[in-house]
Design a protein around this ligand. Sequence first.
Ligand code: SAM
Length: 256
Amino acid sequence: MSQQDTNPGLHLRHSQQSRLQKAVNAYKQGGARYLWHKSMRRSLEQWPALKRRIVYADPRDYWTLRGGSEYLAEQEGQPARTARSRWLASRIAACKPRSILEVGCGYGKQIASIRTAVGTDVQITGLDFSPSQLALAQEHLKSDSNVFLIQGSGDRLPFPDQSFDLVLTSAVILHNPPEIAEAMRRELLRVARHWCVHNEDTDTTYNRFGYDTAAWYQQRGLNLVEAAPIPPEVFVGSDDAAGESARSQFCLVRLR
Ligand SMILES: C[S@@+](CC[C@H](N)C(=O)[O-])C[C@H]1O[C@@H](n2cnc3c(N)ncnc32)[C@H](O)[C@@H]1O
């Protein structure tokens, strides 16, 4: 038995010290605003509505503060996320696009998986409104000369109509309030030539708005080839594979 097990006071002091150390590290990493943001994210867990108002008032700001190396480590530490991105990449490769746009590409995890699945000839463009996520993506994808990264907003895409064979969002529309989400879907449709592909969860949290993307396409009479949860076996390594699957929604739309 350790000294900490027999002495609860000592254990408390250690956990206070480690919390303090984490706060110091967060401050060193991103300054006072990052530390404030991080502690709000942790401490408002029980109050999602308040948390949305305080922490998620400006989604771009949120993703700029959140999108640092800590976020990358958190995502890369989850085998289920990697398995999901590979599964998505294989579904995209089956469409045989020659050019792909990922809106909300983050630090480039999905683009890296797509590259492995489609080979080097396919041109991939990643767009994101968070400069910190894009800076990580530049680093993550620097050896890939056929990837183009652009800072921009999904509701005003800086591309002519039908610029890309396939347009993808993965966990992006869901993070935007209704008017922006609506504008994004229209923009994605506008710049896509053949396919729109989405992986968008349907649950609601402080930073998720709970959309049914498949219903949006159905209501417009578009050719929704597939709309289904991602199979639970894809979420290997997750302690809630059934839950992850149930709240997921994969959509494949054929345009022309
Ligand atoms: C949860 S991450 C997903 C990243 C990536 N798609 C993936 O699957 O790994 C959401 C990303 O979308 C970006 N994002 C959210 N809303 C956006 C918008 N309206 N325009 C551009 N980027 C957006 C955020 O900055 C963040 O990098």
